[in-house]
Design a protein around this ligand. Structure first.
Ligand code: ZN
Length: 257
C-alpha cells in the first residue's frame, strides 16, 4: 500500500518535471504544394508545425486554400518576408521605416487580404540584427526565429561540427524569449539520425522544446538548385518525438506556455 503510494508520487513528479517538453518544427519559403503533401504524415503523429511564408504576393487561390486547410489542421502560418531580402543591409541602407515598407508591410498586406495574420517571423537567410528585431517586434511579431547549423563548411573544409544536443540555443526553455534559433535539418545540414534522436531525448530530459526547421520536402537527393529535408528523416524525428511523448508546439505557442 505504502509502496504503491510512493510509486504514484514519483510518477506524478516525473510527469510534472517533463510536462512542457516538446518540439517546434517549422518550414520556410514557399513550398506550399509540397508541404501540403505532408498532411497525412503530420496527422499520423498528431504533429503541429509552423509554415513561414515568403513572397506572399504570388500566393495563388489554390495555395491560399491549402494554407487555410493547414491552419485548420492546427498548424501555424508565419511570415518570412515580402522579398526574402538581407534585412541588415536594407536597414543600413534605407533605415527602419523603408525596411518595414519594403520587407514587411507589403507581404503582410497580401497575407491579411488572404485571411492570415502572422504572429511569428523567420529571418530570411538567418540575417538580422537588434535594429531589425526591434522593427519586427514593433510590428507585432511575438517570436523571431533565426537559423542554427551544427556543421559549418567553408570551401569544402569543415570549420566545426557540433552535436545538436549540446547546442543550448536550439532549446526553448519557456522563459518568454522572443528571439530564438532553430536547427537546420535540410539534407545539406549533415545532421544524422542519431544526432537528432539524442537532441529529441535532451528536450525530454530538460523539459524544453527542441526547435528545428527545413525547407522543401524531398524524397530523393536534392536536384540542381533544390534544397530541403528528407521526408523519411522528418518521420524519424516525429517517431522519436512520439516515443518520448513530446508536445508539438507551433512557434507562437512557445511564447504562450
Ligand atoms: Zn528562406
Amino acid at each position: 500500500m505504502i509502496l504503491s503510494w510512493l510509486l504514484l508520487l514519483s510518477c506524478n513528479k516525473t510527469e510534472y518535471k517533463n510536462e512542457k517538453s516538446g518540439i517546434a518544427i517549422s518550414f520556410d519559403d514557399h513550398f506550399i504544394n509540397e508541404w501540403y503533401t505532408l498532411r497525412p504524415l503530420l496527422q499520423k503523429y498528431n504533429a503541429k508545425v509552423t509554415f513561414f511564408i515568403t513572397c506572399s504576393d504570388s500566393l495563388t487561390l489554390d495555395e491560399i486554400t491549402k494554407l487555410k486547410q493547414l491552419r485548420k489542421d492546427g498548424h501555424e502560418i508565419g511570415f518570412h518576408g515580402t522579398i526574402h531580402g538581407k534585412s541588415t543591409e536594407m536597414i543600413d541602407a534605407f533605415g527602419p521605416q523603408k525596411y518595414a515598407e519594403t520587407e514587411l508591410l507589403p507581404g503582410l498586406k497580401y497575407m491579411s487580404d488572404a485571411g492570415f495574420y502572422p504572429t511569428s517571423y523567420a529571418h530570411p537567410g538567418g540575417n538580422h540584427n537588434d535594429q531589425v528585431d526591434s522593427v519586427l517586434l514593433a510590428n507585432g511579431f511575438k517570436i523571431l526565429r533565426d537559423v542554427a547549423v551544427s556543421r559549418q563548411i567553408l570551401f569544402g573544409i569543415p570549420l566545426y561540427t557540433l552535436a545538436p544536443r549540446i547546442m543550448n540555443r536550439i532549446y526553448y526553455d519557456f522563459n518568454n524569449e522572443q528571439k530564438v534559433d532553430a536547427l537546420l535539418i535540410d539534407q545539406d545540414s549533415g545532421v544524422t539520425e542519431n544526432e537528432i534522436q539524442d537532441a529529441v531525448v535532451k528536450a525530454k530530459n530538460t523539459n524544453t522544446a527542441l526547435m528545428i526547421f527545413g525547407h522543401k520536402p524531398l524524397y530523393t537527393k536534392p536536384g540542381n538548385g533544390e534544397y530541403g529535408f528528407n521526408v523519411s528523416f522528418l518521420e524519424t524525428i516525429l517517431k522519436e518525438a512520439k516515443k518520448q511523448n513530446l508536445k508539438f508546439y507551433t512557434m507562437t505557442e512557445l511564447t504562450e506556455h
